[in-house]
Design a protein around this ligand. Sequence first.
Ligand code: SF4
Length: 288
Amino acid sequence: METKSVTLSWNITGQCPERCGYCFGGLGKDTLTKEDHFKIADKIIADQVDEVAIAGGEPMMLEHLPELIKYLHDGGIKNIRLNTGSGLRHTGIFHRFGLYQKILPYLSQVSIPFEGGTRESERKIRGSQENGANIFDEIQTVTNAGVGCVINTCVHKQNIWNQIHSMNNLVKMGEYLTHLENNFGLKIDKWSLRQFFPVQGAGAKNIEQFDISTDEYRQAVKEVIEAFPNLNIEPREIEDFQRMYLMLDKEANLFRARDGNNITLGNVLHENISIRQIAETEQIQERI
Ligand code: SF4
């Protein structure tokens, strides 16, 4: 069996303007400084981590994000992904630092959230206060810059069944993405359908509202894959998260998920540990 290199998911900040009920990010006050973030970047460069996914919270809340991303890129980290939750949709964040224009040249991929087949359901699920771009504008901004665009959907009770239109919401979302590709020529690299993962944060508190069984998840994903052979759909089950991702929290703790719990493996800022070696010891890898 072949394996692909490790992705380090760096949840760099706990700041986020959204309050999604399914969130598994560690939201809250940041304790690390800009200098700390650059020390962590030095560690990532020294270990030549193959792919870094910068997530949050909302990473675009950090003013020094462009400088940090360029630093990683210039240090030889060529696969840098930005997992933005809301950065483009909140005009306040988008315009505050002109962030996107500064960041895009150094990114290999941007991952954009898409949680409902209609604007009402998107807002209902995300509790969103967004006031700026919609998913169309986001995809266009990213793809026009020649950067790969991944659409990220958390599959849970609320979007398997759309309570507003009494139809399978994922199907409605697939129809919309197909419409964007066919009628506007927008190129979507991947539609990632990840299983709701109640490991921490709001998601862990709202299990009743969002949790689905793995069988329900598989059935929903199967229906969507069959309905939309044109879309490159990537299923991500809880087990995939546990096996494939090494995560770094906003306090620089390196951890992984195992048996539904977070296992801390060391602190990148305060301990002399090798991210690459830990990934190998923990056998974190993607089978392909
Ligand atoms: S899921 Fe993402 S956008 Fe929503 S609250 Fe959590 S970090 Fe913010």
